[in-house]
Design a protein around this ligand. Sequence first.
Ligand code: ADP
Ligand code: MG
Length: 329
Amino acid sequence: MAALTEFELIDRFFRRPESSADSARGIVLGIGDDAALLAPTPGNQLAASVDMLVSGRHFYADVDPEALGHKALAVNLSDMASMGATPRWALLAGALPDADAQWLKGFARGFFALAKAHGVDLVGGDTTRGPLNLCVTLLGEVPAGKALLRSGALAGDSIWLSGALGDASLALAHHAGRVVLTAAEAAACWNALLQPAPRVALGIQLRGIASAAIDVSDGLVGDLGHVLEASKVGAVLELASIPRSKALDRQLASSAHDIALQCLLAGGDDYELCFTAAPAHDRRVVALAIELGLELRRVGTIAAEIGLVVQDSSGPLLPLPQAYDHFAA
Ligand code: ADP
Ligand code: MG
């Protein structure tokens, strides 16, 4: 096959045909000019976030391109979810080692399937040759003043988690030979790592209910720690109530207990929401779980005293596992 030029590549894989629905979707001008022109909904604020995925750092270079296309958008959708924002427009900047049509086709399939599921339109980007690196910028909207911030948690608030934590990092521990999973467990954990389901619908429903929210991308201890710091409060978590899969539970009960605990509390790549809400909303949150068909667990309480305490049956857990940090030694 003849090599693709930069513009053929954009046209073939990333540019969707113009449609009469574009203006209803807030797109005055999409891909093709020097900038897209967008028309935000009056009365809303724009939520803007960007996330970069670097080969060898965030994914293995031989990862399935379709899974990578999904994940590149999913990690950004998760940031919109944690703000309570409705995702609308994406920009995709990519450095690619070569214009491999098979690879691009898979990547675009994963990216656009998730974009469609969330009503997101790709309105621009940048494409260059270089070591594989993907950077998605996402713009969303939230009614003015309704965004979920990290800074709103109050003493006495319930702390909630969606889904289950730890499986994505358990997949990596399995890959590194540090734990041994059954084939079915490993498949489920790889799926959690490669195909995270951003909790966008939950975030939107939490407007007016949650006092603070964050998405768990770097591990619960670190990410809840950001909420506590921003809100100038502390928290007590019950270890037994932190949601986890049967696979992770099995590891917790094995000689790999410490590794499993690290995955659960500080693993990262979970993309679940951790949020706080006044206890008066507890029943509303339980009802929301049923409405959304999504597990929501109350895992602890915000405290006035600074500091994060994780309790198990024998008292506070010491030391607490450390969160992931790209620049830590
Ligand atoms: P510029 O020279 O202004 O950087 P480009 O020639 O890089 O513009 O891009 C041409 C058009 O294609 C622009 O509208 C840009 O937003 C869009 N574009 C480039 N790469 C991508 C991509 N990977 N996905 C979506 N749109 C892209
Ligand atoms: Mg460019």
